[in-house]
Every structure is written in structure tokens, then in C-alpha cells.
Design a protein around this ligand. Structure first.
Ligand SMILES: Cc1cc2nc3c(=O)[nH]c(=O)nc-3n(C[C@H](O)[C@H](O)[C@H](O)COP(=O)(O)OP(=O)(O)OC[C@H]3O[C@@H](n4cnc5c(N)ncnc54)[C@H](O)[C@@H]3O)c2cc1C
Length: 392
């Protein structure tokens, strides 16, 4: 199997590299290498730059302003962006965007998509609830019909960036009849509606990007229903497919590997560096080989038409690798010079992260084995597929 890049992809990679070198704001790049999270302003500004270039939405069809990139091109863009210290695409673009294109009415598409691609509206995902995470169909937030409105009451939790959001796409229960999945509907909820309260939740790393959202008799116009009433589970699964397909996190893994290489080669006060230690060299080599193997697995899966639990395997592999690399960075964080160290990335000076940022990053990346389907849930999917157990 030949997995080398074709000439068009090589040319595309050079174009992306050139664009990033000239257009990515220096402050955004610096945050990436310093392992600091970009804030909303950083992300909106970057998205507008991508939009101006025509690169606002890689997974959208061209008709709606998407890039029309192949999957390989999407991977190349992601990898090059990460290696430049940049952020991944804001997830909502590749979540609610494709959903509205597939299931939205013309009015919903016209109203929301042009604003979404420029991030004039910030969206959050209201799926999880207390008691309904892995077992999402047991969600209890109720939406009762009242004339031309739904009246929504309940609670969502772990809603990323809800306190930044203008809109939430939410799963709500519109019927208690039949199977749990059969009574779910997909609603677009204006976060400025009366009856909505958002509480930030501090994460293990001290950051406050998670939130819980309380909905008390919130009136949502029926025109904000996506697809049909009680058919929301179909929409939810379609969206989850887009959410999970990005979870191989190859670009993130490659970035962590490069950052680790820089940290491990940075001398401490005595002139020694971690990379000189044989034990560390071996761990680094193992991690590097694992990243290469992950890349080959991803490319092999993308080039095959065989159906199977690919997303689950890639998600688990990528998640474990991100955690392994963030842990190895922790081993490099105790040198007296960490935080003051500069190095080169190509022609650019890079300020390396300090030990506090490395520790926060290590803690933050505990999340990757939880969100978008926990490791155990992915293993269940893999086992059911391989052992032939019927899925429920
Ligand atoms: C950083 C972060 C961001 C998030 N952002 C969002 C967001 O924006 N919107 C949103 O809706 N949600 C979001 N989530 C929530 C996320 O989707 C849930 O945390 C996830 O689905 C797990 O659900 P839970 O937390 O309720 O855990 P549970 O489902 O209660 O699981 C608890 C433990 O039990 C295990 N377990 C559960 N069921 C099984 C089973 N059948 N077999 C074996 N083991 C099992 C799980 O693997 C886990 O270890 C986010 C979570 C995190 C960590």
C-alpha cells in the first residue's frame, strides 16, 4: 500500500504552510506553543481570517461555502495548523453546520449558516445531562408544545463554552411513549431567552470552559425544530458522526510530539537535557513510533472502504497518545530553565511552556478519554463489532 502524498497534496501542504506563516496571528501561535488555551476572541478572529481565505468550513459542501477539500487535505490542514501552534477548527462549525445542511429547512440554513461560518453566532452543544451522558437517550429535559412554541424545562451539563454562546443546539424530550430514543427532538435555542441560567464549572486544570445550563419554561419557536418532532435521535447520531470523525487527533499528537522534542532537548542550568537520559530517550522513541503507527492506521482506514468500528479505534488510540505525550512533557517540566526557554520552530522564535502550563495541560487532557464517547463506550462498540454481538 502506497500512502505517500500525491503531487496535489504536496502542493496543497506548501500552500497551507505559506498561508499559516503569513496569516496566523503571532499571539495565537505563541499561546499554542505556551500550552495556553485560546479565548473566544482569538478563535473568532482566526475563523474570520480563514473565512476570508475561503477556508472557513472544511466539512461543509461547497454550495454552503465549504472548502470542498478531500479528507487528506483536511488532515494536512489540521496537521500544519497544529504544528504552527494554531487551534483546531471550532468544533461547532463541523457539528451544527453539516446538520443544518442535511436536515435544516431553507429558512434555518439561510438564517444560521452564513453567521456560523464567520462565528457571528457562537454555538454550544446541549446533549449531556446529569444521569444522561454515555446513556444519552435517557435524557429528561422536557419540551412541551404550547401553540407555536415549545416550552423547555430541564438541565444540561458539561456544556462547553455555554457562557460564550448565542445559541445552543439541544436534545429535548417531546414524548415519553415507546423507546427512549423515539421521543427525542432536536431544538435550536436562543441563549438570550428568558428562563436560561448558565453556571461555569471549573475544570481540573482551573479553566472555566465547561458549564451547566438550567432551562426553566424557556419558550422556543417551533420554527427552531430541526427535522421532525420525535426524530431528533437521527439528527443527534448524524452530528455525533462528525464529532467523532475528528477524534483521531493526529495533528494534536504530532504537535505534542514536536513540543516534547523541543522541551527534552532544552538544556537545564547545568547544560544537561532530558533527551540525554537513556530511559527518556526510549520513552520518546516509543511515543514517536506510536504516533507514526497512529498516522498509518488512520491513512489505511481512510483508504479502505471496509466498514467497522474505525472511529472508535482511532478515537481511543488518539486519546491515549495525547495523554501519554502530555505525561512525558510533565517529566520535562522540572528543569530550572523551563518557562524561560526559547527555541526555534523553523525561522520563528518559540517560547516554551512553563511547568505550570505543562501541568495544567496534563490535567486538561484527562478529558479526551471522556468526551465524544468514553474509552469504555468505544471499547464496547469495538467488541460488539468484532464479536458480532448485536448492538442495542
Ligand atoms: C471536557 C469535556 C467537554 C464536554 N463538552 C460537552 C458538550 O459541549 N456538550 C455535551 O452535551 N456534553 C459534553 N461533555 C460531556 C460528555 O459527553 C460526557 O461526559 C460523556 O458522554 C460521559 O458521560 P458522563 O460524564 O455522564 O459519564 P457516565 O456516562 O456516567 O460514565 C461514567 C463512567 O462509567 C463508564 N460507563 C458508562 N456506561 C458504560 C457501559 N455501558 N459500559 C462500560 N462502562 C460504562 C464510563 O466509561 C465512565 O468511565 C463534555 C465532557 C468533557 C469531559
Amino acid at each position: 500500500m502506497d500512502l505517500s502524498e500525491n503531487p496535489q497534496d504536496v502542493e496543497f501542504r506548501l500552500e497551507v504552510r505559506q498561508f499559516l506563516a503569513t496569516h496566523m496571528p503571532a499571539a495565537l501561535r505563541a499561546k499554542g506553543f505556551a500550552l495556553q488555551k485560546p479565548d473566544k476572541n482569538d478563535l473568532v478572529s482566526w475563523q474570520r481570517i480563514l473565512f476570508e481565505k475561503g477556508w472557513g468550513a472544511p466539512a461543509w459542501s461547497k454550495e454552503f461555502g465549504g472548502t470542498g477539500w478531500s479528507v487528506n487535505q483536511q488532515l494536512i490542514f489540521e496537521e500544519e495548523t497544529f504544528l504552527n501552534g494554531g487551534p483546531r477548527y471550532v468544533p461547532q462549525i463541523n457539528m451544527i453546520g453539516p446538520v443544518l445542511q442535511r436536515f435544516g429547512t431553507k429558512a434555518q440554513q439561510d438564517r444560521f449558516l452564513p453567521r456560523l461560518i464567520k462565528l457571528e453566532d457562537w454555538w454550544c452543544q446541549g446533549y449531556s445531562e446529569p444521569g444522561a451522558g454515555s446513556d444519552l437517550t435517557s435524557l429528561r429535559t422536557q419540551a412541551r408544545r404550547d401553540g407555536d412554541h415549545y416550552v423547555v424545562t430541564g438541565q444540561k451539563i458539561w456544556t462547553s463554552t455555554a457562557h460564550w454562546a448565542d445559541w445552543m443546539f439541544a436534545l429535548v424530550r417531546t414524548s415519553n411513549e415507546g423507546k427512549a430514543a423515539a421521543g427525542i427532538s432536536f431544538l435550536l435555542i436562543d441563549m438570550k431567552s428568558p428562563g436560561i441560567r448558565v453556571n461555569a464549572i471549573k475544570g481540573i486544570d482551573g479553566a472555566g470552559t465547561l458549564a451547566e445550563v438550567f432551562l426553566d419554561e424557556v419558550r422556543v419557536p417551533c420554527e427552531n425544530l430541526v427535522h421532525e418532532e420525535n426524530q431528533g435521535w437521527t439528527v443527534a447520531k448524524y452530528l455525533l458522526g462528525f464529532e467523532r470523525s475528528g477524534q483521531a487527533a493526529l495533528g494534536q499528537c504530532k504537535f505534542f510530539l514536536e513540543l516534547l522534542r523541543m522541551l527534552a532537548n532544552t538544556p537545564d542550568g547545568t547544560g544537561a537535557c532530558m533527551m540525554q537520559q537513556q530511559g527518556f530517550q526510549q520513552k520518546f522513541a516509543e511515543a514517536e513510533i506510536s504516533v507514526m503507527a497512529h498516522e498509518w492506521t488512520l491513512l489505511r482506514m481512510l483508504s479502505s472502504t471496509a466498514a467497522g468500528p474505525q472511529f472508535s479505534m482511532l478515537k481511543n488510540c488518539g486519546a491515549l497518545l495525547q495523554q501519554q505525550l502530555s505525561k512525558l512533557m510533565l517529566e520535562c517540566s522540572n528543569t530550572p530553565t523551563s518557562g524561560e526557554s526559547k527555541t526555534k520552530n523553523g525561522s520563528q522564535d518559540i517560547q516554551l511552556p512553563d511547568s505550570a502550563a505543562i501541568a495544567k495541560n496534563y490535567l486538561d487532557f484527562r478529558k479526551v478519554t471522556i468526551f465524544a464517547g468514553t474509552t469504555e463506550i468505544q471499547k464496547n462498540i469495538i467488541a460488539k463489532s468484532l464479536l458480532g454481538t448485536p448492538s442495542n
